[in-house]
Ligand binder design. Sequence first.
Ligand code: ZN
Length: 148
Amino acid sequence: MVCLSLDELYKEVILDHYRAPRNKGRIDPHDIALERNNPLCGDELELFLRFDGDTLEAIGFEGKGCSISQASASMMTEKILSIPIKDAAALAESIKRMMAGEEEGDPGELGDLVSLKGVVKYPVRIKCALLSWNTLLEALEESGKTPS
Ligand code: ZN
């Protein structure tokens, strides 16, 4: 067995999601579609959400850009599909704190998302990692699903 350093392991997880993104593609019907980009890096993301009461019933994304931005979107959709909207919003806030270095992040809770921690060392890439999460929070707010 090859022994990977934590950095290499993070990179593997990110590349895996980049090469085989989960929940890629628009979903119809959707309750909201929101397009945002990260001009610093040229990342583009469009997020599609469908709600069932207080749950995220379906989620999809379209986009292009660097591996971190697209892998982050893939991991996000995988993690928040079918969970209560308030939990998805709380997770987004938690990821933002983790990327700001204010929170360690619980690997058991975060799963693959913990690999985003490897990006904290590269401040210019943090916006790439947070593009999907910020778009999610904005979409939830625009839908009236979270208190603004
Ligand atoms: Zn990027």
